[in-house]
Design a protein around this ligand. Structure first.
Ligand code: NDP
Ligand code: 2IT
Length: 455
């Protein structure tokens, strides 16, 4: 045994005892505990079969963030009033590359939510095949109803602290809920001003200042490419299949666009207030109109429904609508157990998660037991961060690739993620993608951590 290995008796680890410690160490962080539990259930049997991971306590080390930065953000609103928010960056694990992950600006943001997202990001980024560690950040700032000037002042105040903790070789933030092109531009502008340096320190940038083709589309397109891979593995195609999509933000709109391009019929989209139902199926023209209303004008989906004479269901999510494929692309825990049951009862065969952890744990179990094609977020939505990685590559080269080149890379990366899931996810003849994604992501990071010794 080398000096870097920890001497320990080769006992087995139980999911229950492992989770008891996690729960005790992370009180009042239910989303984080949920995310760790999903990984622990799949990875612990594998660890018990491979004691090198057990003795070195790799999974326990992975559940402890490398470092968490929490800070005050003071800014002035348009009325001159002083506003105070809390800012975070959870730098979870940089074993295989610089910290990488999005920023979320939403009133629901708290430490537990960002730890769940940062933890997921470790495995997701490992699956992309690119050298990126896991991180997440954000603030409880609510961009809704704020003027551009207020959002700018907030972003500048946020970056005035964050800039000293990030950098293209250190930590590279990007967008997530409430952080899109406008916010990344303000954040990058302030980073550049404070450091006097033009580097790829954020991704999701505008095309004129180092952004990559297809980054905006990548998460949604990737979730559809992943579904296509799962279906091809079972000799099925998307042509003519009915899809429900939730959300109407960055991920949802481009998932819907790619579905339509591949011949599927997209019948729903949603926002925080309700969902639209279009029995004929949304067209590319309708999606462009919705994108303009939601993204450019920042108005609710109900305004589109009114303008287009489309059916709108207030206060509900779209999972009661019968479909062959479901693409949850809004937020965590947006498919309840009851909704998971309804989806299955209605014959849904594919769930590809554009959002992070959109299905409650018990609902995910039902999808696994039914052996449908269930792609968990860390595999299905990895296309976004993958193209962020490709943006970093282009920034380092000071070159940019065409849409066609980047789209080709995205398709290759999603196919490779699918292959990794197949390699590690065998479940008696079918593929369990939750098992495959978690073990494949774990192995890459765990082997690297083993190589570093006790760190
Ligand atoms: P956006 O802010 O662009 O859009 C989010 C959409 O989800 C909006 O339509 C929003 O409604 C809706 N939504 C947000 N919170 C809730 C809620 N609590 N209840 C109901 N609906 C809600 O974010 P993204 O599209 O970027 O992100 C969506 C999901 O995808 C998140 O889970 C994110 O973590 C994940 N993701 C994003 C990636 C990216 O590259 N952007 C990459 C991988 C995953 P409204 O319009 O009313 O605000
Ligand atoms: O959840 C995610 O993967 C993202 N929000 C994208 C992260 C990134 O760095 O592009």
């Amino acid at each position: 045994m080398s000096s870097t290995q920890v001497q320990a008796s080769a006992q087995t680890l139980s999911v229950e005892s492992f989770m008891a410690e996690i729960a005790q160490q992370n009180p009042a962080q239910p989303e984080f505990i949920q995310a760790v539990h999903e990984v622990a259930e799949k990875v612990i049997p594998f660890i018990n079969a491979n004691p090198k991971y057990l003795n070195a306590r790799i999974l326990r080390r992975m559940t402890e963030a490398d470092r968490i930065i929490i800070f005050r953000i003071s800014w002035q609103d348009d009325a001159g009033q002083v506003q105070v928010n809390r800012g975070y960056r959870v730098q979870f694990n940089n074993a295989i590359g610089p910290y990488k992950g999005g920023l979320r600006f939403d009133p629901s943001v708290n430490l537990g939510v960002l730890k769940f997202l940062g933890f997921e990001q470790i495995f997701k980024n490992a699956l992309t095949t690119l050298p990126m560690g896991g991180a997440k950040g954000g603030s409880n700032f609510n961009p809704k109803g704020k003027s551009d000037a207020e959002v700018m002042r907030f972003c500048q105040a946020y970056m005035t602290e964050l800039f000293r903790h990030i950098g293209h070789f250190v930590d590279v933030p990007a967008g997530d809920i409430g952080v899109g092109g406008r916010e990344v531009s303000y954040l990058f502008g302030q980073y550049k001003r404070l450091t006097n340096e033009f580097t790829g320190s954020l991704t999701g940038k505008g095309l004129s200042f180092g952004g990559s083709a297809i980054r905006m589309e990548a998460t949604g397109y990737g979730a559809v490419y992943f579904a296509k891979e799962m279906m091809a593995h079972r000799q099925m195609s998307m042509e003519g299949k009915v899809a429900t999509v939730s959300g109407s933000g960055n991920v949802a709109l481009y998932a819907a666009e790619k579905l339509v391009q591949l011949g599927a019929k997209v019948v729903t989209l949603s926002d925080r207030h309700g969902y639209i139902y279009d029995e004929q199926g949304l067209t590319l023209e309708k999606l462009a109109q919705i994108n303009d209303i939601k993204t450019n004008q920042r108005r609710p989906l109900s305004d589109y429904a009114k303008a287009a004479g489309c059916e709108y269901v207030e206060g509900q999510r779209p999972w009661g609508v019968a479909c062959d494929m479901a693409f949850p692309c809004a937020t965590q825990n947006e498919i309840s157990v009851e909704e998971a049951k309804t989806l299955l009862a209605n014959g849904c065969q594919v769930v590809s998660e554009g959002a992070n952890m959109p299905t409650v744990a018990e609902g995910a179990k039902l999808f696994e037991e039914a052996k449908i094609m269930y792609g968990p977020g860390k595999a299905a939505n990895a296309g976004g961060v993958a193209i962020s990685g490709i943006e970093m590559t282009q920034n380092s080269m000071r070159l940019s690739w065409t849409r066609e080149e980047v789209d080709q890379k995205l398709q290759e990366i999603m196919a490779s993620i699918h292959e990794q899931c197949v390699e590690y996810g065998d479940d008696g003849g079918t593929v369990n993608y939750v098992k495959g994604a978690n073990i494949a992501g774990f192995v890459k990071v765990a082997d690297t951590m083993l190589a570093y010794g006790v760190v």
